[in-house]
Design a protein around this ligand. Structure first.
Ligand SMILES: [Zn+2]
Ligand SMILES: [Zn+2]
Length: 186
């Protein structure tokens, strides 16, 4: 039997070195092997021409149904702007206590906010987001500890203020629930 592992699937172009660093950080945080797998999706099917964004609920659903079978946890990585009906944009979302999540680095580029390009900061923000969404798949809900990675983030500033790690309490909660639900949580 295959060892349970976390699968990261880039949809679109990501540099190998960047993906490897994300995978290493995820592996260290969850103490599980992390593999990077190729994925292909025609993203045009998920584009909403009115909002000029991509449909986060549909993307989460398709990654779950087409790419997650047989893996412990699967996270789809995107670089496009993702939204859901009730929010103007999301950094990512995941099925709480499920097997699948998605994350996008679209809003993590400093240049988007009129600031100087910063590859290290981009990596730092994205790894926090990936670890956060995976936390939801492991059943973790939002946490109020200021530097916990499971704290809710609306703006990049919120991401910058938290660490890339689970707090003591979240770490304790991790894995204590195994019931599968299909409730998306962003
Ligand atoms: Zn916490
Ligand atoms: Zn969240």
């Amino acid at each position: 039997m295959n060892q349970p592992s976390i699968i990261l699937i880039p949809f679109g172009y990501f540099e190998n070195d960047f993906l490897k660093k994300i995978a290493d950080d995820v592996g260290r945080e969850y103490l599980l092997p992390v593999r990077i797998r190729d994925g292909h999706l025609d993203l045009s099917e998920f584009h909403d021409p009115v909002r000029r964004q991509y449909n986060g609920n549909a993307l989460l659903k398709v990654v779950d149904s087409q790419f997650s079978a047989g893996s412990l946890k699967t996270l789809g990585l995107f670089s496009v702007d993702i939204s859901i009906p009730i929010l103007t944009y999301i950094f990512g979302q995941a099925y709480l206590n499920g097997r699948t999540g998605i994350a996008s680095l679209y809003r993590f580029n400093n240049e988007r906010y009129g600031m100087k390009k910063d590859e290290q900061l981009l990596l730092d923000r994205f790894r926090k987001e990936v670890i956060h969404e995976l936390g939801h798949t492991f059943g973790l809900i939002h946490c109020h500890v200021p530097d916990c990675v499971m704290r809710s983030s609306t703006y990049v500033e919120d991401i910058d203020q938290k660490s890339a790690h689970l707090c003591f309490r979240c770490r304790e909660t991790l894995g204590s629930s195994t019931e599968l639900t299909n409730m998306p949580s962003n």
